[in-house]
Structure formats: structure tokens, C-alpha cells
Design a protein around this ligand. Sequence first.
Ligand SMILES: O=C(O)CCC(=O)C(=O)O
Ligand SMILES: [Fe+2]
Length: 221
Amino acid sequence: MTHAAHPDRKALARIGAAVRERLAGEPAVRRLVDERAEIYAVEQFLPLPACARIMALIDAVACPSSLIDGGAWPDYRTSYSGDIDACDTSVRDLETRLAAITGIAAACGESAQGQRYRCGEYFHEHCDWFDTAARYWGRERRCGGQRSWTAMVYLNTVEDGGTTDFTRIALSVPPRAGALLLWNNALPDGTPNPWTMHAARPVRQGVKYVVTKWFRTRICQ
Ligand SMILES: O=C(O)CCC(=O)C(=O)O
Ligand SMILES: [Fe+2]
């Protein structure tokens, strides 16, 4: 695919550079070692009481997770998800923290989505990037454009399983309560980074809760 085929490429390159520079100045931020993808972790990013509160909010709204391109493969994602109450103090506090660490305004992203995986549940490997050749792209282009960075907070520590695996670079991240995982879905030139392919592996014991914010290129309306 040529550069021209990536509609938000220049803006994504700009956002990538700005976030990269900001994270470099944050001592709590650790870059996970692989040159091919920009993936960062911050331990104890969210206090445990806020994690507990958001887990309760997820339980209140969780429905079987959907996929943006419909359900071509019904068992692709077996978790439960929901848009948690954006007015809740803990959610507002989370949004503020994510905006502060990335430098991207909360409005320049989708509303935070909670996910719950019970024993055996998973999300098969995928990239968070939108397929700009798909039918849904017309809508997403007008409403925020391409996804830039993904920010995901693990709300609990899982007894066994439930790792987030970056399958093309053999990186496996175990869920730890309050930890933030943050990655750039684009390469430095703003084109999609295929090395960000990832999966949520099945939970083998316990339950896993995460909250995810997908930042976009522009303000989402
Ligand atoms: O739950 C995880 O570990 C990953 C979730 C994920 O990839 C997503 O929601 O896009
Ligand atoms: Fe994902």
C-alpha cells in the first residue's frame, strides 16, 4: 500500500513523535524491549480503589463483546465489554491520567471501554488499527479517524492466563493490577505497524478486567 492510501498518515506521524517525546521524559514509563513496536508499561498507574470501582462499573454494563466488522468469525472475541459510565469520578480520573501521560486530550479518543474475561475467554490476535478499505471506515473517518495509540489498564492481577501477547514479536505481558500498557499503533512514518498484532490469551484461572482507551487522530464527536 502506498503512503497516500493511509488517510491520516501525516497526523499520526506527528502524534507519534509528540507522545514519544513526552514518554521519554516520564521516569515511571518503561519501554518494552523491541525495536519494531513502541510499547510502554507503567506499573501502579491506577490506584487499587479506582481499579475496584471500575471493575464494578464493568460488571454493571458488560455484554458479549462485539467486533467492528460484525461477526465474520463468531468466536473471535469471547469476552464481555461495555462503555463504562463516563461521568463516574473514577472514570473521569482515569481519563485525566491518560491524557496527562500521553498528552492526547480525552476527547481525541473513544470513550473508555471496560472488558471482562472469565475463565476460558479470550480475544484472538488482531491489530487495533482500522481497515480503511472496510465499509465502516466512512463513519470512523468522520468520527475521529484512525486509531493512534492504545492505552489499556489492567484492573486486577489474574491467577493464571489472560496475558496480552504481541504475537509477531513474542512479547507476553501478564495482567498486574493497576498497570498501564500503552502502544503506538503506527510506525514513526504514520503507517500501520503490523508488529503491534496482539491477542488476549484465555484466562485459565480467575477473572480478568481491563479498561481500554483507543486514542484517535482527531476529536471524536
Ligand atoms: O485484554 C487484552 O489483553 C487485550 C485487549 C485488546 O486487544 C483490545 O481490546 O483491543
Ligand atoms: Fe486490541
